[in-house]
Write a protein that binds this ligand. Structure first.
Ligand SMILES: Cc1cc2nc3c(=O)[nH]c(=O)nc-3n(C[C@H](O)[C@H](O)[C@H](O)COP(=O)(O)O)c2cc1C
Length: 198
C-alpha cells in the first residue's frame, strides 16, 4: 500500500498541490448564509452533499451521525418554530429549498475523560457538509440555537439521537463579507504555554 503510494508519487500520478487548492478555496469562501434565492436545487445535489459529508472521520469509524433531509414545507415550518425569534438564521429554514437536520447517536460513539465524542463526530461531519455545499456554490448556516424537543417531534426522531444542528441548503441570495478572525499569534502557542518563542 505504502509502496504503491510512493510509486504513484514519483511517477507523477499524484502531485502535492501548492497554493489555494479547491478545498482551501471552499474553506475561505464558506459563509453562514441566512438569505436564499427562491429557486430549488436538484435532489441529486442535496444527496451528493450528504454523501460527501459522510467521508468525514469519526470515533472508531462508528459514523454515529444521521441526516434528515427535509423539503416538506410543513416540516420546514415546524423546524423554523423550533428556533427562537431572536435567532438570525430562523427565516432561512423556510426560505431555502432544503433543511438538513444533523443528528448523532451518543451510544454509537465513545466517551473519554467525560468528553462525549458524538459531539466531535457531529461537528466534523457538519463542517464537511458545509464545505461540500460550498463546493457546489450552495449556502448553509449552522443553526445551533433551537429547541431540541421541537426538532425531534417535527422529524419523528428516535429518542436515541441528539440533534447536533440544522442547516438550510440552497442558493445564496448574496455572499456576505467575511467575518473577522483571530490572528495566528492570538490563536497559537508554540510548544508550551508560558514559554517565550526565540
Ligand atoms: C456551533 C454553532 C452554532 C451556531 N448557531 C447559529 C445559530 O443558531 N444561528 C445563526 O444564525 N448562526 C449560527 N451559527 C453561525 C455563526 O454565527 C457563524 O459561523 C459565525 O458568525 C462566523 O460567520 P461565518 O460562518 O459566515 O464565517 C453557529 C455556528 C456554529 C459553529
Amino acid at each position: 500500500m505504502l509502496l504503491a503510494f510512493f510509486v504513484a508519487l514519483f511517477c507523477g500520478k499524484m502531485k502535492v498541490k501548492k497554493g489555494k487548492v479547491k478545498i482551501m478555496k471552499n474553506i475561505i469562501n464558506r459563509r453562514s448564509i441566512r438569505q436564499y434565492a427562491p429557486e430549488s436545487i436538484p435532489f441529486e445535489v442535496a444527496r451528493e452533499v450528504i454523501e460527501i459529508a459522510s467521508k468525514a472521520p469519526s470515533w472508531k469509524n462508528q459514523q454515529s451521525w444521521h441526516f434528515v433531509l427535509v423539503d416538506d414545507p410543513v416540516i420546514k415550518e415546524s423546524l423554523m418554530e423550533s428556533v427562537p425569534l431572536g435567532n438570525p438564521g430562523r427565516p432561512a429554514l423556510t426560505e431555502a429549498p432544503y433543511v438538513i437536520v444533523v443528528l448523532a447517536e451518543p451510544d454509537q460513539s465513545g466517551e473519554l475523560d467525560g468528553k462525549p465524542y458524538y459531539l466531535v463526530d457531529g461537528g466534523i461531519v457538519f463542517s464537511t457538509l458545509m464545505l461540500a455545499a460550498t463546493d457546489r456554490n450552495l449556502g448553509t448556516c449552522f443553526i445551533g440555537w433551537f429547541d431540541e424537543a421541537t426538532v425531534k417531534k417535527a422529524c419523528n426522531v428516535p429518542s436515541s439521537y441528539k440533534v447536533i444542528g440544522l442547516t438550510p441548503l440552497g442558493i445564496p441570495l448574496y455572499l456576505p463579507e467575511e467575518k473577522p478572525r483571530k490572528s495566528f499569534e492570538e490563536l497559537t502557542t508554540i510548544n508550551a504555554f508560558g514559554k517565550e518563542t526565540e
